[in-house]
Design a protein around this ligand. Structure first.
Ligand SMILES: *[C@@H]1O[C@H](CO)[C@@H](O)[C@H](O)[C@H]1NC(C)=O
Ligand SMILES: *[C@@H]1O[C@H](CO)[C@@H](O)[C@H](O)[C@H]1NC(C)=O
Ligand SMILES: *[C@@H]1O[C@H](CO)[C@@H](O)[C@H](O)[C@H]1NC(C)=O
Ligand SMILES: *[C@@H]1O[C@H](CO)[C@@H](O)[C@H](O)[C@H]1NC(C)=O
Ligand SMILES: *[C@@H]1O[C@H](CO)[C@@H](O)[C@H](O)[C@H]1NC(C)=O
Ligand SMILES: *[C@@H]1O[C@H](CO)[C@@H](O)[C@H](O)[C@H]1NC(C)=O
Ligand SMILES: *[C@@H]1O[C@H](CO)[C@@H](O)[C@H](O)[C@H]1NC(C)=O
Length: 637
């Protein structure tokens, strides 16, 4: 009996290896096939014979969907230069230097999302524990690492393993069984995604950072009493709490003072906490910026209601334009000018003709009321026609009367359309402020809500503000006008917006809530928005490359789909108020509206005085001339 067993052992030494290998190859092929998606295999195995390697390659290439395999050399290490979505790593745990290989793979984050691993050889010890080689690797909830356990009669048990965090205990999931007779029998559970199977954190602490600028927020995150303070934190927090329920994790909250900005190369605030690994999750929505993209992973945008923009009521048209030019287009103005010239010329000819008729043919003196043929009288006559006034002079004769009729009729029509238009323009608002440059050049006063992100973006610390000439000019104008940027509480800003031409950079969700409460119905019309901060929609985020980001994302999306976050956001934020009574607005004409007229009057007065002076001078000069001629006459006499 003993001799027989020794004989079997000797035989086995020669053939058993190849037999088990044979099984392994078939199992590998079956596992790879079961994924039903493009795959290529990177293998680190220590089969000595090249025939076995070649055989596996052949079997994979002969599949319905051919799969390539690349064998790594003994000391070859792997870098992260592989596309992660169709790679399967094949590793034999019994090879030498495996520990080093695994550590290197871990350093390159090859156990993370979308990479797949199949570990050959027995990775589960007899006492049920998992091989120590995997001890310190970050094989977490997003990984897919299949280990094998060979049982009697060549049948192999497959399991996936993961740990929530490196220091936790292993979780093992049944993956399937493989037997030479019937191939791979995959567990039904594998239909569900990793997230669905692994979302139970079983009380594992998950760390969240929340921005609290006010100390009262720290104790009253659910309260809606001081809703204008830290509203972003208060609106995000219920979603975060729901996420903890989704994960069955325990809540650890760390408060930060700001969202976090790069200052002298290091990050402060919430993003700083994330960068230093202190927290897993942003508990407050945050704006997306290029620098932050390298540190955090943005998961979802909980609501459309929030954005950060300049909001202002459209100012009256006269803030941007001279109302008195607007009724006619420039073409009409030019035609009018030409028309007046032609008119003056025609009238001149006409009066000349009139005088000739009287003096030569009728041999009479011209009537005093007749328009004399000189330029100044004719111009005055036309001006009086333009301004709808009468004139003491008139044209006589059929032709003259006809011309007069045409002149007055034409100007009545022009005058009517002009004044009708002015009435409308006096009540209209300007929609000409559309870009930041317009805002900069407008007469609107600017103000900002007093929150950390505004204080950052409206200082020249921010590289983008600094580089953009228009934004820089806005910030500098702001600082120049008041000595410091005009930060104010959101309530005060909205009130200022109601009372005077004022543009306020605010969180529109909260701002519109105040607008709805304070503004008259007609004042809600014509609210305009211009964004200053590059991306204005805030997102929830987690650590970059965090193994949990997928779980968090799915959790948040479910919370959103079920309407939980929507409910919270509706409690806090308001949408832009609709404009329902447009016509109800009535604004008295103010100084700005007829400023051009005053200017005209002033210029006219100045001109009058100048002319007076000129007249006096001329008169004196003439007087002296006549005196001199009188003296000369005297001398001659
Ligand atoms: C593999 O690396 C080890 C140390 O890293 C070295 O001692 C050994 O010679 C290398 N083997 C080959 C085949 O390069
Ligand atoms: C299980 O067995 C392995 C070696 O086979 C040993 O290193 C390990 O400490 C054992 N674990 C337990 C929990 O006994
Ligand atoms: C894992 O890390 C712990 C502590 O850092 C260390 O004591 C242990 O030896 C490591 N295990 C392996 C297999 O490297
Ligand atoms: C595969 O597993 C299921 C349940 O785990 C079992 O019902 C079925 O009989 C198995 N199929 C084979 C071919 O063993
Ligand atoms: C949640 O975690 C606790 C451990 O903290 C565990 O006892 C409980 O079963 C888990 N609940 C669910 C629903 O999985
Ligand atoms: C908030 O509390 C911290 C410590 O509890 C304290 O240092 C800080 O001065 C407080 N801030 C305000 C505005 O009260
Ligand atoms: C950043 O560095 C500059 C010069 O190195 C220093 O003047 C400034 O105070 C620093 N700012 C902060 C917030 O540490």
């Amino acid at each position: 009996m003993k001799i027989f067993s020794i004989f079997i052992n000797i035989l086995c030494l020669k053939y058993c290896v190849s037999i088990t290998n044979q099984n392994n190859e078939q199992m590998v092929v079956d596992v790879v096939k079961s994924y039903e998606k493009p795959t290529s295999v990177v293998a680190r195995v220590c089969w000595e014979s090249t025939t076995v390697k070649r055989k596996l390659a052949k079997m994979l290439a002969n599949l319905e969907r051919p799969i390539s395999v690349r064998y790594l050399r003994k000391n070859e290490t792997i870098q992260q230069s592989y596309p992660n979505n169709h790679l399967l790593f094949l590793l034999d745990i019994n090879c030498e230097n495996v520990e080093f290989f695994l550590k290197q793979a871990d350093a390159n984050k090859l156990f993370s999302k979308s990479y797949r691993w199949l570990i050959l050889g027995n990775s589960i010890n007899d006492n049920g524990s998992i091989a120590t080689e995997f001890e310190n690797l970050s094989i977490s909830v997003d990984s897919e690492v299949i280990i094998t356990q060979e049982k009697e009669r060549n049948y192999i048990l497959l399991h996936t393993i993961y740990k929530l965090r490196p220091h936790n205990k292993w979780n093992m999931e049944y993956y399937g069984t493989w037997a030479p007779d019937y191939g791979l029998n995959k567990s039904d559970d594998r239909i569900h995604s990793n997230v669905h199977r692994r979302k139970d954190f079983k009380g594992e602490p998950v760390f969240t950072s929340i921005v609290a600028e006010d100390n009262r927020t720290k104790t009253d995150l659910f309260g809606l009493r001081n809703i204008f303070i830290d509203s972003l934190s208060k609106s995000s927090f219920p979603s975060v709490v729901s996420l903890y329920d989704f994960l069955n994790a325990s809540k650890v909250i760390i408060f930060a003072e700001t969202w976090g900005y790069p200052i002298n190369g290091s990050w402060s605030g919430m993003v700083g906490d994330i960068k230093h690994g202190k927290v897993d999750l942003c508990g407050t929505v945050t704006l997306m910026t290029l620098e932050r993209l390298r540190i955090v992973e943005y998961l979802t945008m909980p609501t459309n209601a929030i954005s950060v923009k300049f909001v202002f009521r459209q100012p009256p048209l006269s803030y941007q334009n001279n109302l008195f030019i607007l009724p006619f287009t420039s073409n009409v103005w030019m035609c009018l000018g030409v028309f007046v010239f032609i008119l003056v010329a025609i009238l001149y000819i006409n009066t000349k003709w009139d005088r000739k008729k009287y003096e030569i043919y009728n041999d009479q003196k011209m009537d005093q009321t007749c328009l004399p043929p000189n330029w100044s009288d004719i111009t005055l006559f036309v001006l009086s026609a333009i301004s709808q006034q009468g004139s003491s002079n008139e044209l006589k004769g059929t032709l003259g009367r006809f011309v007069m009729f045409i002149v007055f009729l034409a100007f009545v029509f022009l005058y009517t359309s002009y004044s009708a238009n002015i009435v409308v323009l006096l009540q209209s608002t300007s929609n000409q402020i559309r870009t930041l440059a317009d805002l900069l050049n407008s007469k609107l006063e600017l103000g900002m809500e007093d929150v950390a992100y505004n204080r950052y973006y409206f200082s020249l610390q921010d590289a983008y503000t600094f580089k953009d000439p228009i934004k820089k000019a806005i910030v500098e104008r702001e600082i120049a006008s008041k000595g410091k940027p005009n930060f104010m509480k959101i309530e005060d800003g909205v009130k200022a917006m109601q009372q005077r031409p004022f543009a306020f950079n605010m969180n529109t969700g909260i701002g519109y809530r105040i607008v709805s409460a304070l503004f008259q119905e007609h004042e809600k019309c014509g609210l305009q928005e211009i964004s200053f901060i590059p991306s204005t929609k805030p997102w929830l985020c987690s650590q970059k490359y965090s193994p949990f980001s997928e779980v968090f994302k799915v959790g948040y999306l479910r919370i959103q789909e079920h309407g939980l976050s929507d409910r919270e956001n509706r409690l806090i934020y308001a949408k832009k108020p609709v404009c329902s009574v447009m016509g109800g607005s009535f604004g008295s004409v103010n100084m700005v509206d007829f400023y051009p007229v005053c200017l005209l009057l002033l210029y006219g007065m100045i001109l009058a005085f100048v002319l007076l002076g000129v007249e006096i001078l001329v008169q004196r000069w003439q007087k002296r001339g006549s005196n001199q001629s009188a003296i000369q006459l005297n001398i001659i006499v």
